[in-house]
Write a protein that binds this ligand. Structure first.
Ligand SMILES: Cc1cc2nc3c(=O)[nH]c(=O)nc-3n(C[C@H](O)[C@H](O)[C@H](O)COP(=O)(O)OP(=O)(O)OC[C@H]3O[C@@H](n4cnc5c(N)ncnc54)[C@H](O)[C@@H]3O)c2cc1C
Length: 341
């Protein structure tokens, strides 16, 4: 049933109290098609602008949404086939991402353990090629099925079609707002290739007293680290990293080192250097900053927060101020990771 003037406060992890002019969830392609036929019950009967919502953990509502918000609730996780080395698992876009990770871990299927506890749903995982602790979903992605809104048909996308990059895919750029992701199939390893070199995973495994590595132990280590480091949206509204980590040429990095010898960066395969956006923001004095209910987290400068009743526009203004100061100090333009609407 379509609801009118519906508060999205419980549907976005920033906890922004924006209204959707119309709102409904859907749990099948047929239901989605029916909802897309809904016309504004006013004079012109025009088709409505639509917004597809998953867990709302990577979105900032800066105003009320004039149109139809459709929350994807398509569920289901199944092993669809296997070969010598891999098992292929298909999940509905409305499944909770972490439930899928736990399903794989409980079935001894390797590849997603480093991606434990990322908030949100399966359908959004390819949107920005979610990643953490040295792994991205492109490493386990096989294919997805998406509904083309204009042509009203299902289309399959292979790994190559998705053009995954660092927090990027065709769905965030070229095909923005053109497709609804319906299901995603992942290719999991029967034999694990452990990846513990990133962040504090090794250290945490040691603290846990782990003698023999397993995907279960790595997942638990990641859960422990994330729970201690990142603000819980149930307590303080946030959408994780607000900005992407910028990539600069080696020459630019060397130049930055002259004025900031402690600058944090690591060299990529292409020779460029990835900088830690959190460090840049911290150097500009924003860590722990608060103006009203909009702020920059006291432990993680990369995470902008809503302490209670901040408006999305206030968070956006703060993010613009941060961008300007980073540009002034380092001559670098930060790119927003969160989807602004
Ligand atoms: C505390 C915290 C920690 C986080 N840590 C990480 C991290 O480590 N790594 C990381 O990559 N991200 C991280 N994130 C960001 C976020 O969890 C991911 O981007 C996640 O994939 C978003 O999923 P969602 O279902 O909540 O998407 P939403 O916020 O609902 O949607 C995000 C975008 O995708 C679109 N969309 C959603 N579902 C569909 C669909 N089925 N079809 C088409 N478009 C769709 C929406 O319109 C929107 O533009 C974190 C967020 C928080 C709050």
């Amino acid at each position: 049933m379509i609801k009118e003037n519906f508060s999205l406060k419980q549907y976005n992890t920033f906890g922004i109290d924006a209204l959707a002019q119309y709102f409904s969830d859907f749990n099948s392609v047929e239901q989605l098609e029916e909802l897309l036929e809904f016309k504004r019950p006013s004079t012109n009967h025009s088709a409505l602008t639509t917004l597809i919502l998953g867990g709302g953990s990577n979105i900032l509502f800066t105003k009320n949404f004039e149109g139809l918000v459709l929350k994807n609730e398509i569920k289901g996780i199944e092993k669809i086939r296997e070969d010598k080395n891999y098992v292929y698992v298909k999940a509905g876009a409305g499944e909770c991402w972490h439930h899928l990770v736990m399903y794989c871990i409980n079935n001894n299927l390797a590849g997603m353990e480093n991606l434990s506890l990322i908030p949100g749903n399966v359908g959004a995982s390819p949107m920005q090629n979610i990643g953490a602790y040295g792994v991205e979903i492109k490493d386990v992605f096989y294919e997805l099925e998406a509904f083309h809104l204009a042509e009203k048909k299902l289309v399959k996308f292979s790994l190559e079609d998705c053009q995954f990059g660092y927090r990027e895919s065709v769905f965030k750029r070229k095909y923005k707002d053109q497709f609804v992701i319906i299901s995603v199939t992942y290719r999991l390893n029967k034999i694990p290739h452990f990846n513990t070199s990133y962040g504090a995973i090794d250290q945490e495994l040691q603290a846990m007293g782990i003698k023999e590595l397993s995907i279960q132990a790595i997942s638990q280590a990641v859960i422990n680290i994330r729970s201690s480091k990142l603000p819980d949206p149930a307590i303080i509204g946030n959408a994780g990293s607000f900005f992407k980590n910028p990539e600069v040429s080696n020459a630019k990095f060397k130049m930055l080192q002259l004025s900031s010898p402690n600058i944090v960066g690591y060299t990529l395969e292409n020779g460029n250097v990835k900088l830690a956006a959190g460090w840049l923001i911290e150097q500009c004095g924003w860590k722990g900053y608060r103006n009203g209910d909009a702020g920059c987290h006291a432990k993680q400068a990369l995470v902008l927060v809503n302490y209670g009743h901040a408006k999305g526009s206030e968070i956006l203004t703060l993010s613009d101020e941060i961008k300007i100061s980073v540009q002034k100090k380092f001559d670098l333009l930060l790119e927003t990771e969160v989807n602004i609407t």
